[in-house]
Design a protein around this ligand. Structure first.
Ligand SMILES: Nc1nc2c(ncn2[C@@H]2O[C@H](COP(=O)(O)OP(=O)(O)OP(=O)(O)O)[C@@H](O)[C@H]2O)c(=O)[nH]1
Ligand SMILES: [Mg+2]
Length: 227
């Protein structure tokens, strides 16, 4: 069972687990509202980036920070290591790491501590890179103003249907690694059809973070959120 959110239940403890999960989520939602107010008072746009491990969250952030003018900072979530924070700091951007240990997602309480420590500048953009996981992070509001779900062509066109909670809450879906399309059996139209079954509102932007394809559309979406 997941150490923090009780996401895996067995039949005999189902009732107790659901009750506990509801309480955990209700408490988290209260803390998320405090974070949201804290951010609004400072006019900080906080975006929560979520994906499977390795879909390209950090690569997209590195490219964004290097190519887009503006004041950015990053909160990195991983179970272990400072790798991603070091990558972001190498771009010259302020970043701090939250290591969740056994935990599989960030929560609003972790974010509250990180916000106080990082103290992002007024009017800036704050990216949160969540722990690589398409399940539990979807349940935990951090106080963000937008959710970006990143998936890659290497993961398959069925992901919106297999992980509907994640894709349902997205404000934007970024389809990454399109440079690999010639080498993997991924049909864009099937992916879009699957996505439309769980989320009709979120636009999809196709990018290759390494080859820098599609970054103009991503930048335009970011600018629209800032304004
Ligand atoms: N071919 C290709 N590889 C990519 C692209 N974007 C990222 N990668 C590679 O995919 C791997 C994982 O990228 P990361 O940016 O570390 O992925 P992540 O989502 O931050 O991973 P976690 O933080 O571990 O969840 C790296 O080897 C990247 O170079 C892309 O557009 N095309
Ligand atoms: Mg990363």
């Amino acid at each position: 069972m997941c150490a923090t959110c009780g996401c895996s239940v067995t039949p005999h403890d189902h009732v107790h687990t659901v009750t506990l999960e509801q309480k955990v989520l209700a408490h988290n939602d209260e803390l998320a509202e405090v974070n949201r107010k804290w951010l609004a008072e400072r006019q900080i746009l906080m975006l929560n980036l979520m994906s499977s491990p390795g879909s390209g969250k950090t690569t997209l952030l590195e490219q964004t920070i290097r190519t887009l003018p503006g004041e950015f900072s990053v909160i990195e979530g991983d179970q272990e290591t400072l790798f991603d924070t070091e990558r972001i700091r190498a771009t010259g951007c302020r970043a701090i790491q939250i290591n969740t240990g056994a935990g599989c997602h960030l929560d609003a309480s972790m974010l509250a501590d990180a916000l106080e420590t990082l103290d992002p500048p007024r009017g800036s953009v704050l990216f949160v890179e969540n722990v690589g996981n398409l399940v539990c992070p979807a349940l935990f509001d951090l106080g963000e103003s937008g959710r970006v779900v990143i998936t890659s062509v290497a993961e398959g066109e069925d992901k919106p249907l297999k992980y509907p909670h994640m894709f349902r809450t997205a404000d934007l879906v970024v389809l990454n690694k399109i440079d690999l399309l010639p080498y993997v059996p991924f049909r864009r139209e099937v992916f879009r059809e699957h996505l439309s079954m769980v989320n009709t509102a979120a636009p999809t932007i196709e990018v290759s973070a390494t080859r820098k394809d599609g970054l103009t559309a991503w930048h335009a979406w970011l600018k629209s959120r800032v304004s």
